[in-house]
Design a binder for this molecule. Structure first.
Ligand code: ATP
Ligand code: MG
Length: 478
């Protein structure tokens, strides 16, 4: 980055009074436009809409990102969509890759059990819907765009990311002259419309006009407005939504003789999971029964159990091994593009890598098979955990993978949280949404569908917004 460009993006140079005015405008804008989450300090804010709302944590200004890498990330979306679909059909690959993990990780084991049952009853998913988000960081030293992970279940922030883009365009259209920034350099973000469109199209492929879309939710969800924006949009096509927890699906659900899932008397065409990705969502057998019931039904599942398994960290690591992508894709250019964005990924049965990670733990991230943020291991904890696992000499090491740590460049950002702004040094992670819908041999949608920029203070290892580590952001193309 040239000195001049860095100068423009050094938001810390801006005067306190100016920042104060912009923060005030931003707070008004978020309230008027629904860039909101439930407020932790209000008890019912996660269960009753309209109660205890607070603006989502956001960056006050967009973060610079090189246009060529931006395009690279966008181009990868349809290729990853196709890859997920192909891998999901290869039951042998999924079970072989996850066989050691199964012994060490109870959660993955339960998911695999459901998958095995579906194979036994020869269950086929003809209509397949994927709402994915592939996350990347730009490694500063190598100037390469590297994938952090691919989410195939409950990919969040399609709606709020859309709004942050609009917020930043608004701020730049009011104050761009002073900032020397042009709002047109913030790429359009249509994630929420595309997610709603994909769900509506899946509903129409199912072809039962009386059936509804069911969103499977957590009992407490402070990020509920992100979900409601999506359903509000497809509801305009006269599609009805019901929201149910896994526990409720167990209590109210049944499969009718023709395979239709009925919940509380409603026929379900599409099941959109915004829960079910963490063991916490399955406190008893009831929730597992619900997951199995849904999987057995004819409803379109977003995701199906096999799409869910493709999104595990272990599968990400297996796909990065030499020769594996070739098993699923034919196009050499596509394979090369995917491989280029793979960071170093290793299984813990690779003793050379384990030794290296014990020597230089700061160069690695250790990941269990978990989603939702806050589960990864960094720094000296990597060394400690690896040594402990070596001593125990058990199967437990199969619960983890090791990943090359990516080091993005640090920017001077202004964060807005809980009505207060503050300056900090931060790194950013770019998520690209992807939508995929097919019915048998017909691919109905395979698109890149908007983006999510997340920015977190550079002293924090984890990146989750809901988990409280990061803020929502947008991209300023350089
Ligand atoms: N290889 C890496 N190098 C640097 N940071 C990383 C790496 N892998 C993960 N992180 C950081 O940790 C965060 C969480 O990692 P990851 O996305 O793998 O976990 P997750 O629990 O699936 O999160 P999510 O809720 O986003 O799905 C990332 O957003 C990123 O900030
Ligand atoms: Mg994830």
């Amino acid at each position: 980055m040239s000195q001049h460009i860095y100068g423009i993006f050094d938001y810390h140079r801006l005067h306190q009074q100016f920042l104060h005015t912009i923060a005030y405008d931003a707070l008004v804008w978020t309230s008027l436009h629904g860039l909101l989450v439930g407020d932790k300090s209000v008890q019912r804010s996660g269960s009753v809409p309209g109660v205890g709302l607070v603006h989502a944590p956001v960056a006050l200004f967009p973060t610079p990102f090189p246009e060529n890498h931006w395009r690279e990330a966008c181009e990868l979306a349809p290729i990853f969509n196709e890859l997920v679909d192909r891998v999901s059909l290869d039951a042998t690959f999924l079970h072989d890759s996850l066989s050691r993990t199964k012994k060490a990780d109870e959660f993955t084991s339960r998911l695999l059990d459901i998958h095995s049952m579906m194979i036994q009853i020869n269950k086929k998913e003809e209509i397949r819907l994927g709402l994915h988000r592939s996350d990347y960081m730009l490694d500063e030293k190598t100037k390469s765009l590297l994938q952090v992970e691919l989410n195939t279940i409950a990919s969040s922030f399609a709606s709020l990311s859309n709004l942050v883009t609009e917020l930043h365009r608004y701020i730049l259209s009011c104050h761009g002259k002073l900032l020397e920034l042009d709002s047109k350099r913030i790429p359009a973000n249509d994630a929420v419309n595309q997610y709603a469109d994909a769900l509506a199209k899946a509903w129409s492929e199912y072809n039962n006009p009386r059936a509804v879309i069911m969103i499977v939710v957590q009992a407490e969800e402070r990020n509920m407005y992100d979900q409601h924006f999506v359903s509000a949009l497809y509801n305009t096509h006269n599609i009805t939504t019901i929201r149910k927890t896994l526990t409720e699906v167990d209590q109210e659900g049944e499969i009718l003789p023709d395979g239709t899932l009925s919940v509380d008397g409603e026929a379900i065409s599409v099941i959109y999971f915004r829960a079910g990705y963490t063991p916490d969502d399955y406190p008893s057998e009831s929730e597992w029964r619900a997951r199995l019931l849904m999987e057995q039904s004819s409803a379109v599942k977003c995701p199906s159990i096999s799409y869910h398994l493709v999104g595990t960290k272990k599968i990400q690591q297996e796909l990065a091994k030499p020769g594996v992508l070739e098993r699923f894709l034919d196009n050499k250019d596509d394979i090369a593009k995917l491989r280029k964005c793979f960071a170093g990924l290793w299984s813990l049965d690779d003793s050379n890598i384990v030794r290296k990670a014990i020597e230089r733990p700061e160069l690695f991230v250790m990941k269990p098979q978990r989603e939702g943020g806050g589960n990864n291991i960094y720094g000296d904890d990597v060394r400690e955990t690896l040594l402990k696992l070596q001593k125990a000499d058990s199967q437990e090491d199969a619960a983890y993978i090791l990943m090359q740590r990516i080091f993005p460049s640090i920017s001077a950002t202004v964060l807005l949280r809980n009505g207060c702004w503050h300056k900090d040094h931060a790194i950013s992670e770019l998520g690209i949404f992807g939508t995929y819908l097919r019915n048998k041999n017909k691919v109905i949608m395979n698109e890149q569908s908007g983006y999510l920029m997340r920015t977190k203070v550079s002293s924090s290892d984890e990146g989750g917004v809901a988990a409280g580590f990061a803020v929502l952001d947008s991209v300023y193309l350089t």
